[in-house]
Write a new protein. Structure first.
Lengths: 364, 364
C-alpha cells in the first residue's frame, strides 16, 4: 500500500514523536491530521486493548470552541439534543444535522461554562457550519479551533494508570462527565469517555507543549500495567457498534437512521427539526444494524451493496474479521423490510457475493 | 513511513483503479479522498511533467454545487471577487474568507448558469460554511456535493492529447475558461486550468461511471506522446509559486497576505470586506514570498520559523529541493521588515538552522 506524503497540511500532533517511537505501522488522516490506526497488528492491538491499557493519540478529534454571550443560542440551533438539561461537568454526544436532517458530524459537546462549549469532532469541518450560521445571524460568539489535543487512555487498567498520574479523583468521574485535574500545574479536562467499550478516559490536552510530557508520564507510570501505544481499533469498535461518521453514516443519513433518535429531544426549534418530525413519529425507513458476513472478506473501502432477491436493501459501511467472535463483524444501513434479527441477504464485496445475517445487536 | 489504512471514509475515486495499476507510490488525503502524490519519484515525475503529458486523478477537488434562485446572492456573500464580471464560460479563482478576513478555502468557482455555480475546493469542507449561511439566511438554494470528479491533463503536450479525445475545439479554450465537450455522448465541462504551470486542462467528469473509460481513452490516445499517470508535483508547484491551502496559508491569513489582493474587488458587502479594508488600503504586515533555503533540508511537515537576529519574522510552509534550479525552493510568509528581495534570515528546520534569501519572484 502507498504511504502518506509528508506536508504541513496533513498535520502532525503533539504526540507524533511518541507514536513514531512506538512503531506506528498505519495512519489515516482525520480532520487534516494524522491518526494512528495500527501498531503491531489490528489483531494483536485488539487483544492487548481488551486485557491491559493503551494510550491513544486522538489529537485529530479537533475542538470547535464556541465562546461568548450567544454560545448557548448557537448550540441550541445546531444541537438536536436538549442543551438545557446538560450538567456543568457533562459531555453530550450530539448528532448535528442540516435543514433536511442529514447528519453533518457527530461530535461530543463539552460544557466548559455557561457561555463556552467545545465540540470534539468526528472527521469534518463542522467549524465552518457553526461559523456560517453565527456570521449570518450576527451572533456575538468566537468560533475557533483551540490548541487542544485529546489523548485517550483506554482498556480495563485505565483507571489504575490514570490514578497514578492524576490521582484517585479520576476513579469518581462518571461516564461522559469530566473533572479538571492538574498535570504539571495545568488543569486539564479529563472525561470518562473514548472510542472503545473497554473503559477509559479522554484527556483534553490544552497546550501542545504538554503533549509529550504527559505521554511520557503515562508510559513511565504504567510499565507494570503493560501500557502500550494504541489507537482506535477497527475490530473492537465494530464489535462494539461504535459508529464512524464517513464510514457508517454521511449527510445522506438522519440520526433516526443511525439509531440516534434518543438524542433528538430538544424542545427548541433547532435546524433540521421540522425535517425530522416524520421520522420522529413513524421511525426511519432504514436503520443501522449489526451484521454477520460469511466467508472471507477484503478490507472495506467502499459502501458494499446489500441485496435480497436481486434488489438493493441497504449497504455495509464497515466490516472486518473478529478473532474473538470468530465471524466477520459488520455495520450496515438496512431497509425496514430486511432489518429484523435473523433476516438474511447478500453483500456484494469486491471479491464477490457473501451471505449476510442481521444480528439482534452488537457484540458488546 | 506508515501506510494509509483502508476505509470508506477515506474515499477512493472513479480513477483509483487506474492510479493503482500505474503504480502509485504515495498518497495524501484531501477532502476525505485519496490524492496521489508520487508515482516513479518526485524528481522523475517532475521531469516527465515538464517534457510530456500527464493524466492526474484530482477527483479530491470536490465540488460544492450551489443552485437555485439565490445562488448568485450566496456567491456574492462569500466571494471577495466581483461576481457580476464573471463570463458565462469562466472559472474564477476565489479566496473565501470569514468575517475577519481569514481564509477558509481558495476554490475555483465555475459558472454553469446564472443560477448554478460549482466551487472546486482546496482541502476543507467549505460546503459547510456555505450551507450554514444559506440555512441561517433562509436562502432558496440547493447545496450539495455532486458526483463530479476532476481529471487533469497537464504538460506541454496536453493540447495534443486532449484534441485527440475531445477534438480540436479544446485548442480554442482560453485560460480559466471552459467549453462543454462530449465524451461517450455526455457533455463535460473542460477548462484550461490545473495545478501546474506546464499548461493543460481540467475535465470535470460528471458521473463516476465515466471515470475509467475516460482515463483509458486518454492513455490509449497518448501512447506516442509518452503519456503517464501523474499528480500535482510538489517540486513543480513550489517552483511555480502555486499556493496550497493548509500548507502556505490557513485561516490565520488574509488574501492580501497571500498576494491575492487583486481578487478582492467585489463592490458588494461580502463577508469579511470590512475586516479587509485596512489591508486593502495599506497592505498587509506580512506576505507570501519565494525563498531559497541553503544546505540540506528534510521534508517540510510543520511550519518552520523564520528568524532574524533571534526574532521571529515569519515562517516557511512548503520547501523542497529543485533539481532544475539547483536550490531548495520554498514558500514563506514573511514580515514586511524582511520581505524585500535579497533580504537574508535563517529558518529553523528539524535538522537545524539554514540560511534563507528572499527572491524577487517564483521560478516561473
Amino acid at each position: 500500500m502507498a504511504s502518506i506524503f509528508p506536508s504541513r497540511r496533513v498535520r502532525r500532533t503533539p504526540f507524533s514523536s511518541g507514536v513514531e517511537a512506538a512503531g506506528v505501522e498505519g495512519y489515516t488522516v482525520y480532520n487534516h491530521m494524522l491518526l494512528p490506526t495500527v501498531f503491531e497488528s489490528l489483531q494483536a492491538d485488539c487483544v492487548h486493548l481488551k486485557q491491559h491499557v493503551q494510550v491513544w493519540d486522538v489529537a485529530c478529534e479537533r475542538q470547535v470552541s464556541i465562546k461568548g454571550p450567544d454560545a448557548l443560542r448557537l448550540m441550541k440551533l445546531i444541537s438536536p439534543r436538549d442543551m438545557d438539561r446538560m450538567a456543568d461537568d457533562q459531555c453530550y454526544y450530539v448528532p448535528t444535522v442540516d435543514h433536511r436532517g442529514g447528519m453533518l458530524n457527530d461530535p461530543v459537546a463539552v460544557k466548559l461554562a455557561a457561555d463556552h462549549y467545545w465540540l470534539s469532532l468526528a472527521d469534518g469541518d463542522l467549524l465552518q457550519f457553526a461559523l456560517g450560521i453565527a456570521i449570518a445571524r450576527g451572533f456575538d460568539v468566537e468560533i475557533e479551533e483551540p490548541d487542544v489535543s485529546p489523548l485517550a487512555v483506554q482498556g480495563p487498567k485505565a483507571d489504575d494508570l490514570m490514578a497514578r498520574v492524576f490521582g484517585d479523583a479520576v476513579r469518581d468521574i462518571r461516564f461522559f462527565r469530566y473533572k479538571r485535574l492538574a498535570f504539571q500545574g495545568v488543569e486539564l479536562v479529563v472525561a470518562r469517555s473514548g472510542w472503545s467499550k473497554q473503559g477509559g478516559f479522554e484527556i483534553y490536552v490544552e497546550g501542545s507543549e504538554l503533549g509529550m510530557p504527559l505521554w511520557n508520564a503515562l508510559f513511565a507510570a504504567g510499565e507494570d500495567l503493560n501500557v502500550r501505544a494504541g489507537c482506535p481499533n477497527n475490530i473492537e469498535r465494530v464489535e462494539s457498534g461504535l459508529l464512524s461518521y464517513g464510514n457508517d453514516m454521511t449527510r445522506e443519513n438522519t440520526p433516526y437512521e443511525c439509531g440516534l433518535g434518543k438524542f433528538c429531544n430538544s424542545p427548541e426549534d433547532y435546524i433540521g427539526k421540522a425535517a425530522l418530525a416524520e421520522q420522529a413519529k413513524n421511525g426511519p425507513a432504514r436503520q443501522i444494524r449489526a451484521l454477520v458476513i460469511g466467508g472471507d472478506i477484503p478490507p472495506c473501502q467502499d459502501a458494499w451493496p446489500l441485496l435480497a432477491d436481486g434488489r438493493r436493501v441497504g449497504q455495509v459501511g464497515s466490516a472486518i474479521h473478529s478473532p474473538e467472535f470468530g465471524v466477520n463483524v459488520a455495520i450496515g444501513m438496512v431497509d425496514r423490510s430486511h432489518w429484523a434479527p435473523g433476516s438474511t441477504m447478500e453483500v456484494e464485496t469486491p471479491d464477490g457475493m457473501r451471505p449476510v445475517t442481521v444480528r439482534e445487536g452488537f457484540w458488546r
